[in-house]
Design a protein around this ligand. Structure first.
Ligand SMILES: [Zn+2]
Ligand SMILES: [Zn+2]
Length: 180
C-alpha cells in the first residue's frame, strides 16, 4: 500500500541524505531495494544516509522515497539495518503544534478585537458624557451658554487639536446655535 510521504520522511530525505558519485568507496554494486544498477543520470541516482548513528547505507533515491511512502510498518527504518531514521509520530506532534499556534493566534486576535471594542465603547461613553455636560451647561442659563460657546470656539481654533476633533467641536457649536 502506497501512502503519502510524511513530513518527517521528506525532511529526512532533504537533510539526512546526500548524493554520492560512482567512485564512492561504500557504493554497492546495485541498489539494495530494487537490485538494479544505479542510474547516475536519472532519478534513482544513489544517495547515502548521513547524520544518523549506525547507518550510512546507500540506496537509489527514488527507491528510498518509495520505501518511505510504502505504508510498511517499518517505514521509518533503514531497509538494510533497521536503524530508526526518523520519528514516526513527530509529524502528528508537529501538526498539533501548528494547530496550537493557529489557535493561539486566533485567541490573540479575539483579545485584540475585544480591546478595540472596549476602546470604542469608552469613546462612545466619553462622547455621551461630554454631550450631557454640554446639555447641563446650556440649561444653567445664558451666561453659561456664552462661556461654553467661547470655550468651544477656542477648541475649534486650537491647532494642537486634531482636525477630526475640531470638526466635531464645530458640529457641536452648530447644534447649540440651531437649538436657539
Ligand atoms: Zn533502487
Ligand atoms: Zn542502514
Amino acid at each position: 500500500m502506497s501512502t503519502a510521504l510524511s513530513g518527517n520522511a521528506l525532511q529526512f530525505l532533504q537533510i539526512n541524505t546526500v548524493q554520492v558519485n560512482a567512485n564512492h568507496p561504500d557504493l554497492p554494486e546495485q541498489c539494495p531495494i530494487c537490485h538494479e544498477e544505479f542510474d547516475f543520470g536519472a532519478d534513482d541516482l544513489p544517495v547515502q544516509v548521513i547524520g544518523v548513528p549506525n547507518c550510512s547505507h546507500i540506496f537509489g533515491r527514488s527507491c528510498l522515497t518509495e520505501w518511505f511512502s510504502s505504508g510498511n510498518p517499518n517505514v521509518s527504518t533503514c531497509p538494510m539495518c533497521r536503524t530508526q531514521l526518523y520519528g514516526e509520530d513527530e509529524g502528528e506532534v508537529d501538526r498539533q503544534a501548528m494547530l496550537r499556534r493557529v489557535h493561539e493566534a486566533q485567541q490573540a486576535l479575539e483579545a485584540a478585537r475585544q480591546r478595540w471594542e472596549a476602546v470604542v465603547q469608552a469613546q462612545q461613553e466619553c462622547d455621551q458624557l461630554f454631550q450631557e455636560d454640554i446639555q447641563r451647561t446650556l440649561e444653567a442659563g445664558p451666561e453659561a451658554r456664552r462661556l461654553l460657546l467661547r470655550a468651544l470656539e477656542e477648541i475649534k481654533n486650537d491647532g494642537s487639536v486634531s482636525e477630526a476633533g475640531r470638526e466635531e467641536v464645530g458640529r457641536i457649536i452648530a447644534q447649540i446655535n440651531e437649538a436657539d
